[in-house]
Design a protein around this ligand. Structure first.
Ligand code: NAD
Ligand code: FES
Length: 296
């Protein structure tokens, strides 16, 4: 069992938990994720890692209540425990594998949208710990939905906050802030890392393509096994079929087919949709998840 040592509400329907998971804490890196299960019959919920403390054996997760399982998770308190906490899964962020000295020479812009601020945070923290401060834009619908502001302010070189309704920071979306920084404030960026809702990542990528800034995105489609077996998290990146859980979750944002990813996400929710996906994707569908009848 994996005990919750801290449970804190960050905003409406958004929760942070520190969970005792020493093995995961020892080996996880920014960009990776875990799959949690409340109990034996519980749904498998993939969540990107927000922080970790190797010595204390703790992993921090942040989640949004969106369905029955995350609603149940939100009722859990300090002392409660998860039956399963599997990870780290996926590949660490591209930046983690690079020479910190070379990274210090680059200007990197992180763009975090809503709950996507949680997976951005450990990357920004890692950069600072290696002497490479980054600019960070955090976007939220409204002031009350902004999360991890203090933490991000501590780790970012410059922090720019946007709210869609203008209730805090700059009014407008993250894309407005990117354009303003580059076109009006003379900022130059060698790379951008954008994590948030798929629609945000799509529009950030359209803009950074126009501005000539290579961009990494972190995809979080529906996942079932998290080990590349079931095909739930399939994406098209360039001309290739990729599986977010084992090939990602980070990909070159200028190559991701976001429209297909959004459509697939919708279709995967129903049995009929899953059957249709199986027909459409044929052998590359990766059957056998037990959800869609896959390879039967
Ligand atoms: P949200 O809808 O509040 O959006 C956050 C910000 O994204 C907005 O403030 C805005 O600045 C920007 N944005 C949204 N639509 C945009 C558009 N069309 N053009 C430009 N910018 C746009 O975010 P939320 O409600 O916190 O998002 C929840 C979603 O994020 C869920 O679907 C969840 O699955 C996803 N999510 C993704 C990741 C990931 O790893 N990619 C991590 C956590 C959550
Ligand atoms: Fe990625 Fe199953 S969750 S293949």
């Amino acid at each position: 069992m994996y005990r919750i040592v801290k449970a804190k509400q960050l905003a409406e329907k958004i929760w942070l938990m520190d969970v005792e998971a020493p093995r995961t804490a020892r080996s996880c890196e920014p960009g990776q994720f875990v799959i949690v299960k409340i109990d034996e019959k519980g749904e498998r919920i993939p969540l990107t890692i927000c922080d970790y403390d190797r010595e204390a054996g703790l992993v921090t997760i942040v989640f949004q209540e969106v369905g029955a399982s995350t609603h149940r998770m939100a009722q859990m308190r300090e002392g409660d425990a998860f039956e399963d906490f599997v990870g780290p899964l996926g590949r660490p962020s591209e930046l983690i594998g690079e020479d910190p000295e070379a990274l210090k020479q680059q200007k990197i812009l992180f763009v975090a949208g809503g709950v996507g601020t949680a997976p951005v945070y450990p990357q920004v923290k890692w950069m600072k710990a290696h002497g490479a401060e980054a600019d960070v834009i955090v976007g939220a619908k409204t002031k009350d939905l902004l999360i991890l502001e203090e933490e991000m302010r501590r780790e970012a070189g410059n922090l720019y906050i946007t709210t869609d309704d203008g209730s805090y920071g700059r009014g407008g979306m993250v894309t407005d802030a990117i354009r303003d920084l580059v076109e009006n404030q003379g900022k130059h960026y060698d790379r951008c890392v954008a994590i948030g809702p798929v629609i945000m990542m799509k529009f950030v990528c359209l803009l950074t393509k126009e501005l000539g800034i290579p961009t990494i995105v972190s995809m979080n489609p529906i996942m079932v096994d998290g080990t590349g077996m079931c095909g739930a998290c399939r994406l098209t990146v360039g001309d290739e079929v990729k599986f977010a859980c084992v090939d990602g979750p980070e990909f070159d944002g200028h190559l991701v087919n976001f429209d297909e990813a959004m459509k697939r996400q919708q279709m995967y929710r129903t049995q009929e949709g899953r059957a249709m996906l199986k027909l459409m994707e044929g052998e590359t569908h990766h059957g056998g998840c037990g959800y869609c009848g896959g390879d039967k």
